[in-house]
Design a protein around this ligand. Structure first.
Ligand code: PEP
Ligand code: MN
Length: 284
C-alpha cells in the first residue's frame, strides 16, 4: 500500500493508545454501553452494570447517524453531560461518536475517545478535524470499504498529527441477510500485517443478533483482536436505537465470563503467537 506513510507497519513497531490507565494495543480492552444515551437513569444504570462485569471503557452515542431523519437523533450536549456523570461515578473513560466537523472541538472536551462511525469513515473533513482534536479516535471500517481505503482514512487522522488511532471492524455489506452485516474477522491478521495500529472488533453491529455476539467475541479473541466493543442496555426492549442487538447486563456478564479463560490461555502463549492470535504466522 504505497500511499501509506504513517499507518503502515514498520518492523516491530506497535502503537499503544493510552486512555486513562487503559492501554489499547497492549491490554485486551472491552468497551460496552448503550447504542445511544437516552436518559440519566438508563445511562447510569447501564454504566454501573458494565463496570461490574469488567468493561474497561463506557460507550454511548449523543449524536446518532440514523438511516431515517425521523428516528431518534441523540440528546447532543445533554447526552454528553450524562456521559460525564457516568464517568464520574464509574471511573470508566467515555467513547462517543462525533458526526459533524463543526462539533469535534467541543465534543472532545467531554469525550475520552472520539468514535467515527461506519457511515462517516470517508468524511475527510471530519477525519482532518479529529486529527487535530487531541483525543484518541476509534475509526470504524466503512461498510463498503476495503482495508486499503480504511487505512488511508487512518492516514488522514495520523497526518494531522494525531497518533492515537484505533481501528474497529464492524462488519461489511454482503448478500447475506441473516446477519445485519458480515463480520470480516480476517481483518484482524490482515491489519496486523499491514499496520501498527490496534484493531478492535464490534460483534454487535456486525452480526445484529444477540445469539451471535458471544461466539464472534470469542473468535475475535482467538484471532488476536486488541479488544471488543459491544452494545448493552439495562432494558433492551425500551432502547430507542438498535434495540434488537442490545445485550442485557446479564448476557454481557456471561460473555465476559466466557472470554476470561480464553484470555488467560492467550496470555500464556509465547509472544510471537500472541501477536497472531492462535494462528501460527506462516513465513513467506
Ligand atoms: C454505533 O456504534 O452505535 C454505530 C452507529 O456504529 P456503526 O457506525 O458501526 O454503525
Ligand atoms: Mn448502535
Amino acid at each position: 500500500m504505497k500511499n501509506l506513510k504513517l499507518a503502515s507497519r514498520e518492523a516491530e513497531k506497535r502503537t499503544v493508545v493510552g486512555v486513562s490507565d487503559v492501554e489499547i494495543g497492549r491490554d485486551f480492552v472491552v468497551i460496552a454501553g448503550p447504542c445511544s444515551v437516552e436518559s440519566e437513569e438508563q445511562t447510569l444504570e447501564t454504566a454501573r452494570a458494565v463496570k461490574a462485569a469488567g468493561a474497561d471503557l463506557f460507550r454511548g452515542g449523543a449524536f446518532k447517524p440514523r438511516t431515517s431523519p425521523y428516528a431518534f437523533q441523540g440528546l447532543g450536549l445533554r447526552g454528553l453531560k450524562i456521559l460525564v456523570k457516568a464517568r464520574q461515578e464509574t471511573g470508566l473513560p467515555i467513547v462517543t461518536e462525533v458526526l459533524d466537523p463543526r462539533d469535534v472541538s467541543w465534543v472532545a472536551e467531554f469525550a475520552d475517545v472520539l468514535q467515527i462511525g461506519t457511515r462517516n469513515m470517508q468524511n475527510f473533513s471530519l477525519l482532518k478535524e479529529v486529527g487535530k482534536a487531541g483525543r484518541p479516535v476509534l475509526l470504524k471500517r466503512g461498510m463498503y470499504s476495503t482495508l486499503e481505503e480504511w487505512l488511508n482514512c487512518a492516514e488522514y487522522i495520523l497526518s494531522e498529527g494525531n497518533p492515537d488511532v484505533i481501528l474497529c471492524e464492524r462488519g461489511i455489506r454482503t448478500f447475506e441477510k441473516y446477519t445485519r452485516n458480515t463480520l470480516d474477522l480476517s481483518a484482524i491478521p490482515a491489519i496486523r500485517e499491514l499496520s501498527h495500529l490496534p484493531i478492535m472488533i464490534d460483534p454487535t453491529h456486525s452480526t445484529g443478533r444477540i445469539s451471535l455476539i458471544g461466539p464472534m467475541s470469542l473468535a475475535a479473541v482467538a484471532a488476536g483482536a486488541d479488544g471488543l466493543i459491544m452494545e448493552v442496555h439495562y432494558k433492551p426492549e425500551e432502547a430507542l436505537c438498535d434495540a434488537d442487538q442490545a445485550l442485557t447486563p446479564d448476557m454481557f456478564t456471561n460473555i465476559m465470563k466466557r472470554l476470561r479463560p480464553l484470555r488467560s490461555f492467550m496470555d500464556k502463549l509465547p509472544p510471537e503467537m500472541k501477536e497472531h492470535g492462535l494462528c501460527v504466522e506462516v513465513k513467506k
